[in-house]
Design a binder for this molecule. Structure first.
Ligand SMILES: [Zn+2]
Length: 128
C-alpha cells in the first residue's frame, strides 16, 4: 500500500534558467523531474505524518510520500511552498489501554442483532 522505497533522491539541480529541478521518483515511471510549483509539501505537527505529493508528469498518477526533516529542508530550499497541517491537540492525546482485541470485536459483532454474517466473517478470519 505504501511502498517503502527510497522516496526521494534528494538531488536538486539549479538549471541555467534558475528554475530548480526537483528529482523525485514515481513508483511506476521511476525518476521524474519536477518544478517546485508541481510539488505540494505538507508539514504536519506530527513529523511522521508530513508528506509531499506531486502529479507524475509521465503517467499523471498522483504520488505522495513521507517527507522527513531532510526532505522537507531540501524541498523548501528548492523553492517548494510549504503547507502547515495542524493536528488538534485532542487528537494528540494519549490513549491508554490495550488495542481492541479480536474477541472484543467478535463480542461486539454478536451484540448487534442480525449481524451473524459479520460474526461469521470475523470467525473465518480468525481461523485462517
Ligand atoms: Zn509516473
Amino acid at each position: 500500500m505504501h511502498p517503502r522505497r527510497p522516496p526521494f533522491r534528494g538531488v536538486l539541480n539549479a538549471e541555467e534558467d534558475l528554475m530548480t529541478t526537483i528529482k523525485a521518483s514515481c513508483p511506476i515511471c521511476g525518476d521524474v523531474s519536477l518544478t517546485p510549483p508541481q510539488v505540494r509539501l505538507v508539514v504536519c505537527t506530527r513529523p511522521e505524518w508530513s508528506y509531499y505529493a506531486f502529479g507524475c508528469p509521465t503517467c499523471q498518477d498522483e504520488v505522495s510520500k513521507d517527507a522527513d526533516e531532510e526532505i522537507v529542508a531540501l524541498l523548501v530550499s528548492g523553492g517548494v511552498e510549504l503547507e502547515h497541517w495542524v493536528i488538534p491537540a485532542e487528537a494528540m492525546e494519549e490513549h491508554n489501554g490495550e488495542p481492541i482485541t479480536y474477541d472484543e470485536l467478535l463480542d461486539f459483532a454478536l451484540l448487534l442483532e442480525d449481524q451473524d454474517l459479520l460474526a461469521q466473517q470475523l470467525r473465518s478470519l480468525n481461523h485462517r
